[in-house]
Design a protein. Sequence first.
Length: 155
Amino acid sequence: MSYVPYEEDGAAEAVEVPDDASCAVCGMNAADFPDWNAQTVHEDDTREYFCSTGCAVTYHTVPEEFAETDADIAGFWVTGFESRELIDGTEAVYALETDSDRLEDPMGTNPVPFADRADAVAFVDEVDYLSEEDIVELSDFDRELVEQYRGRHLE
């Protein structure tokens, strides 16, 4: 399965997370975590919701373990840490947060998404345990990296 960029005409769009949507990775109610929501839509219009960025990047990295469709991913959105609005998850950068006490986020720790790399740099510069090397793009996530965030949900 791969990400298929969408065209401006007929572009895939993010939608409001339904109140009863379960996270496609962990099963928690995604709508309970609006500051961390994420979602994806496949080419066949199958849509999945996530409680957090960690669950979303796990799904995106190994969709074969969670997806109910073989259709390619046509859109992927995460909630930006600065804006608290859905941003294109394929264009975002992610700070690889490791301290579960630093943020009030679901599921322990999550990669922290930013629309602007400068904001991600400022975020990692606030602490001594992260550096610019801990800022990655979506394509940098592999099974080993997502296991750090959601290993217990992977086969």
